[in-house]
Design a binder for this molecule. Structure first.
Ligand code: PLP
Length: 446
């Protein structure tokens, strides 16, 4: 029995709906796995951050202002005219066969020659992360993940009660020696590593890209240790110079599950992503997908399929790349001009994000309300760690605002940081502990 007798609970429920009270009479009924499902501490600030006077360098929304909406509109109406009864019907749990073939073409530039049978279409790559975690993770199992890592993956891992062990990155991505050490340490403690989760290209949030040589080294380390790799690659086609790094999956089809998405190269509103997995894993993924959503939405899949076959999607990706490059240049130029000594940041060659680390003693979460008051917003670094590190760092997104707004946002941010540094010089500050790697460079770099 919960906190309230039944009659009282009914009354309380009525009171909740009429008063909007936050009382939760089911609080003792939730599964243990929900304990890790907490709202972001910065969510309330985001309501303020979305006001027009605030320059938000926080969100990671793709900039779809460049999409030809007239083309998309006529494509959708033709789809309903010609294939409406299929597009509005249930479909296969694994996803539309023609789209799966097209996805194999989309993966070719990254060196991946997959078979459509091994592709599973998902509701964005976020659902792929959920399905993979669901089929592999028992509570307490270990997932290795970069430090820092994608916040949406961390919340999925948390909801399945995984134990995330972070592995150091530097400007060249994951550090192979640290991967080796992490595997040895976890295995020596008798725990099971279920997979290594990595975003090798234009990392979210760090903005760095794993070098070709390190990809080979990490593949070798994981093969030797029997550790599966989950390669999450939503940004791989968005290299500013048109560079398309070779996927890790290209060199190890049995040891890597590859995740792709149309959210950044077309539009996130369709919610279409995919996995390419070793055959046996693919079977489990489809079973898990069917029990979760029956099938991915036919309408979205056919819309993406029509877009790929009837539109110059490669030209559109090139246009996106140029749009993001211009914004990234604006951000890096403004950081170079305006950031105080002691701050350092990554220099992305693609994607959406820069990772900025402040001088020792500053705390980006504590500073956020003051930044928002100064009409600029970012995401504090701790959001990207499962273990509380990252307090000196922040993620800055350049994908959405115009170049002028980005420069203005960085100017406001630099003011806030300088004020914080003055305060710290006057009153001192508790030094937060830092993880080595991107967040805490060697002293000569700081
Ligand atoms: C690294 C990474 N993985 C996965 C996703 C989820 O993307 P979607 O579900 O829209 O495909 C995102 C979204 O920002 C991301 O940055």
């Amino acid at each position: 029995m919960g906190q309230y007798p039944d009659a009282q609970r009914r009354n309380t429920a009525a009171a909740v709906s009429s008063t909007g009270s936050k009382l939760d009479s089911y609080v003792d009924r939730y599964a243990t796995r929900t304990h890790g499902m907490t709202a972001s501490e910065v969510r309330s600030l985001f309501a303020v951050a979305s006001r027009p006077e605030v320059v938000s360098l926080a969100g990671g929304m793709p900039n779809i202002s460049g999409l030809p909406l007239d083309v998309v509109g006529s494509l959708l109406s033709e789809l309903i005219e010609k294939r409406g009864t299929t597009a509005l019907q249930y479909g296969s749990g694994q996803g539309d066969p023609q789209l799966r073939e097209q996805i194999c073409d989309v993966m070719r530039p990254v060196g991946v020659h997959g078979h459509p049978d091994d592709v599973t279409v998902t509701v964005g790559s976020q659902q792929a992360l959920d399905l993979i975690t669901r089929i592999f993770i028992d509570p307490g199992d270990v997932i290795l993940a970069e430090a820092p890592s994608y916040v949406g993956a961390l919340s999925t891992f948390r909801s399945y009660q995984a134990d995330v062990v972070h592995v150091e990155m530097d400007d060249d991505g994951l550090v192979p020696e640290r991967v080796r050490q992490a595997i040895a340490t976890v295995q020596a403690s008798g725990r099971t590593i279920k997979f290594l989760y990595t975003i090798p290209n234009y990392h979210n949030p760090a903005g760095v890209t794993l070098t070709a040589q390190r990809r080979q080294e990490i593949l070798g380390i994981c093969q030797d240790a029997g550790v599966l790799i989950v390669e999450d690659d939503p940004y791989g086609l968005l290299g500013f110079d048109g560079d398309v790094p070779r996927a890790m999956r290209a060199d190890d089809p049995e040891g890597v599950i590859y995740l792709g998405s149309f959210s950044k190269t077309f539009a996130p509103g369709f919610r279409v992503g995919w996995t390419l997995a070793p055959h046996a894993v693919r079977e489990k993924l489809v079973l898990a997908a069917e029990s979760s959503v029956l099938c991915p939405p036919a309408f979205s899949q056919l819309a993406v399929s029509e877009y790929l076959s009837g539109h110059d999607w490669r030209g559109q990706v090139k246009a996106f790349r140029e749009l993001y490059r211009e914004r990234c240049d604006a951000m890096l130029g403004a950081l170079d001009d305006l950031m105080p000594a002691g701050a350092h940041w990554t220099r992305p060659r693609g994607g959406f994000y820069v990772w900025l680390t402040l001088p020792a003693g500053l705390d980006t979460k504590a500073m956020l309300p003051r930044a928002v008051t100064n009409r600029v917003a970012y995401v504090p670094g701790t959001a990207f760690y499962a273990d509380g590190f990252g307090s000196r760092s922040m993620r800055l997104s350049f994908c959405y605002p115009t170049p002028d707004r980005i420069r203005e946002g960085v100017r406001r941010l630099a003011q806030v940081i300088e004020q914080e540094m003055e305060l710290r010089a006057a009153f001192g500050a508790a030094g937060a502990s830092q993880r080595p790697g991107l967040d805490a460079p060697a002293p000569d770099q700081a």
